[in-house]
Design a binder for this molecule. Structure first.
Ligand code: BMX
Ligand code: ZN
Length: 287
């Protein structure tokens, strides 16, 4: 089976040809500005043109809340779609292939759950990237909730005096810990501005860089402990560009170790690495 996998993030779209569960070829484009779903779908399909003749189906994982009507942004600062954005329908009518769509972190959660080295029943996947997303597995099943919102743990508020989040709440994990939040904090400190990659590289020798990264990791540790308290999970899997950056997982683990033992939880690295959401997109066609 050949699947066109599409992972739509706030910054980039990753595409891949997945054959029998393996990522055979990969491409990437910056996320285009969305005018209409048909135009957005066309940009993606043009990039995947060489694979289209052989694909059987299309699996999409996307940032945002996924409902039957389309994609809606919970935090429009992350990705401003006119909502609901009927992308699955547009892809289907342009290709005549079956399209399956899930929230990006929910898709990755299921992929990571099936691949856990030590099988468990209750798990969460957290991606720390442009935003902070999540997917929750309860009793061996992906929990999407009544409206598909389950797992939007980046919008758990952890500081009532904190900064305003694009979702309308105050002090969300996302507005404190995401790659976007890190960049904002870094831009306020460094002139000329540096990339998040450079910030991580400087962390060993520059206490300002270290403070910014630790602040994010502490918020993710709080999120992990809150999830442990709420759902008594067995493990949390961490992914995303920031989540997988050198030393980030260690910082989260160390911060968790300082919390009361009842709320401590093991955190592991995504086996799908930077492609967890992309592989999760294709994995929807697996039983
Ligand atoms: C936001 C939200 C989530 C998403 C998460 C990670 C939007 C558009 N997205 O919290 O649905 O899972 O970001 O998204 O509201 P990413 O773009 O960082 O991968
Ligand atoms: Zn929020």
């Amino acid at each position: 089976m050949h699947t066109l996998a599409i992972d739509i993030g706030g910054t980039k779209i990753a595409l891949g040809l997945v054959t029998d569960g393996k990522l055979i070829e990969r491409a990437q484009i910056p996320t285009p500005r969305a005018q209409s779903a048909a135009q957005f779908a066309q940009v993606i399909l043009t990039c995947a043109e060489q694979w289209l003749p052989k694909i059987d189906n299309i699996g999409v994982s996307t940032t945002g809340l996924v409902t039957k009507g389309g994609i809606s942004a919970i935090n429009p600062d992350t990705l401003a779609f006119p909502s609901p954005f009927p992308l699955a329908q547009a892809l289907e009518s342009l290709t005549n292939k079956p399209v399956a769509m899930l929230n990006d972190a929910q898709a990755a959660a299921w992929y990571e759950f099936v691949r856990l080295e030590t099988p468990v029943k209750n798990m969460a996947f957290i991606t720390v990237s442009t935003g902070v997303g999540g997917g929750i597995i309860i009793d061996g099943k992906l929990h999407q909730g009544g409206a598909g919102l389950a797992g939007h743990i980046g919008h758990i508020s952890i500081d009532s005096q904190g900064p305003q989040c694009g979702c309308g709440q105050t002090g969300c994990v996302e507005v404190i810990a995401s790659g976007t939040a890190i960049k904002k904090a870094s831009d306020a400190e460094f002139t000329p501005p540096i990339s998040n990659i450079d910030l991580f590289e400087q962390a060993d020798s520059n206490p300002v860089a270290e403070t910014i990264i630790s602040h994010s990791a502490q918020a993710i540790a709080t999120l992990c402990c809150n999830l442990k308290a709420t759902l008594d999970l067995d493990v949390i899997v961490l992914g995303g560009g920031v989540g997988l950056a050198k030393g980030y997982l260690d910082r989260v683990r160390k911060a968790i170790q300082t919390r009361p033992s009842a709320f401590q939880i093991p955190v592991t690295e995504a086996i799908g690495n930077y492609d967890a959401c992309l592989l999760g997109a294709a994995y929807q066609f697996k039983e």
